[in-house]
Design a protein around this ligand. Structure first.
Ligand SMILES: Cc1ncc(COP(=O)(O)O)c(C=O)c1O
Length: 481
């Protein structure tokens, strides 16, 4: 058994966890949580000394794997010595400046301005607020001529000003975080409902899941359907009131939905046509998950705003970023305007130093090249699982895949809620863990197993995860018969 820093005994930790720690998205009456004590490469170890292959990279986020603590820790230590904290409210400091410049250099196109936050939800929250204020400031700027100082511009008592843009559009089943704005953008009804009323006003359009579309539908027809629906939604909401279209380059929840050909070009055109900002939520896809610094580059998405977090520091630190184009920044460069938003820890110097070191290591280790060189081998290894009767579909790209589980491969019939409960939550997740594999059995849409390992994974890890998944999925199928 191994415990870090010789602190507390295993029994004591378990007791303290039971008594004091409140876990996220966890039924707290549901038994004792596993306690993870150390990590290295793609592997984790629990308090009993059991080893696990982490095929989820923490939460789609430990992109470098667990083996760089020494080096990244040294960068954090040096920053702690030099300047443990200062703020980005009014002031700048070297690490935030260097990180902003580095992120801008890696982001595609003229995504040149970086606003730091502490994580993904805050990034999404900030992106929506930015889009709202972008239009207010832009309209305000054009309306100020002839307005007396101190006079309210673009406001009406009892409602938004005419032409004020504040609504957002996102996609069904998509996960975008849990703070109120981000939660409202979420396309997962079960997460939204307990907290209604939410922030006005978000509508959700179809995601790019093609597996359950009519078999005879071509890719072009699917793209046309999605774009028509998006345009119809914009029109129904009134384009004059919509400020943001918020989408992941590859949607995670529901299982790694890659968009059909022509989709991103069409979404960009609709955003331009109706003067709406497009935000690519790259909280998962940013920093290498699909073999590029940003998936927007891989799919030529041309977003106005990018949200990122997780991989920016490989989760060695709590830092996220909102990246905006020159066009979005432009109205805020006026001496009298301001993005009225900020948080204490945004651009924290230690977190910035960690993120800078993470990026330096990613470059040195040639992580992008590694993912691109291995993605085909990864996919074809996982594709062996398609021989199993329970595996209907394998989706994704890069190091970002999902297997959709079905009751009937011919008809693509999915499982009932009750079957999902017994299959995914009661059997699959714990059984995979017992066998030494961490990946996520998820039924926020149709039931899928999500596979998203650290980007340092190689063929031996692909083989190991495929082997364990194969055994456990075969067992699951037998239990259902
Ligand atoms: C696409 C996307 N956006 C936003 C978030 C929220 O990030 P966080 O959990 O860091 O708040 C997540 C988290 O998984 C995500 O996957």
């Amino acid at each position: 058994m191994s415990i870090t820093q010789g602190a507390t005994s295993a029994d004591e930790l378990q007791r303290l966890a039971n008594d004091h720690l409140w876990l996220h998205f966890t039924k707290m009456g549901g038994g004792e949580p596993p306690i993870i004590v150390r990590g290295d490469g793609c592997y984790l170890e629990d308090i009993q000394g059991n080893r696990y292959l982490d095929a989820l990279a923490g939460l789609f986020s430990v992109n470098l794997g667990y083996g760089f603590g020494e080096e990244i820790g040294q960068a954090a230590l040096e920053q702690m010595r030099e300047l443990p904290f200062y703020t980005n409210w009014t002031y700048a400091h070297p690490r935030a400046i260097e990180l902003a410049a580095e992120v801008a250099s890696l982001a595609p196109g003229d995504l040149n301005r970086v606003f730091f936050v502490s994580g993904g939800s805050e990034a999404v929250e900030s992106a929506w607020k930015l889009a709202r204020q972008y239009y207010a400031v832009r309209e305000g700027a054009t309306q100020t001529s002839g307005v007396e100082p101190g006079e309210m511009v673009g406001r009406q008592v009892g409602g938004p000003a005419p032409g004020r843009k504040y609504k957002a559009i996102a996609r069904n089943i998509a996960y975008h975080g849990t703070t109120f704005g981000a939660l409202s953008i979420n396309g997962i009804e079960a997460l939204r409902t307990p907290f209604e009323p939410l922030v006005p006003e978000v509508r959700h359009v179809s995601n790019t899941n093609r597996y359950h579309r009519p078999v005879e539908e071509t890719e072009e027809e699917f793209t046309a359907f999605l774009l028509e629906e998006l345009e119809q939604t914009i029109l129904e909401m009134d384009p004059e009131t919509v400020c943001l279209v918020h989408m992941e380059p590859i949607q995670n929840a529901g299982g790694s939905f890659v968009a059909p050909a022509g989709y991103w070009r069409g979404v960009r055109e609709l955003c331009d046509k109706y003067d709406i900002l497009l935000c690519a939520d790259e909280v998962i896809t940013g920093f290498g998950r699909v073999g590029h610094w940003f998936a927007s580059e891989r799919y030529d998405i041309r977003p106005d705003i990018v949200t990122s977090a997780k991989g920016l520091s490989s989760s060695y630190g709590a830092i996220g970023a909102v990246i905006a184009t020159d066009r979005v920044m432009e109205p805020f460069l006026d001496a009298s305007s301001m993005y009225t938003h900020g948080i204490t820890f945004g651009g924290h110097p230690v977190m910035s130093a960690i993120a800078l070191k993470n990026i330096e290591i990613m470059k040195r280790e040639r992580i992008m090249e590694h993912v691109l060189a291995n993605e085909d081998a990864f996919r074809s290894t996982l594709a062996q699982l398609l021989d199993l009767p329970i595996v209907g579909d394998l989706r994704g790209t890069g190091y970002f895949y999902a297997l959709e589980l079905v009751k009937d491969k011919e008809t693509r019939e999915t499982f009932s809620d009750e079957e999902c409960e017994t299959l995914l939550r009661e059997f699959l997740s714990p059984r995979l863990f017992e066998k030494g594999l961490i990946c996520r059995a998820d039924d926020r849409g149709d039931p899928v197993v999500q596979i998203s390992p650290p980007l340092v994974a190689t063929q031996s890890e692909f083989d190991e995860m495929t082997g364990i998944l194969g055994d456990v999925l075969a067992e699951a199928w037998e239990r259902l018969q």
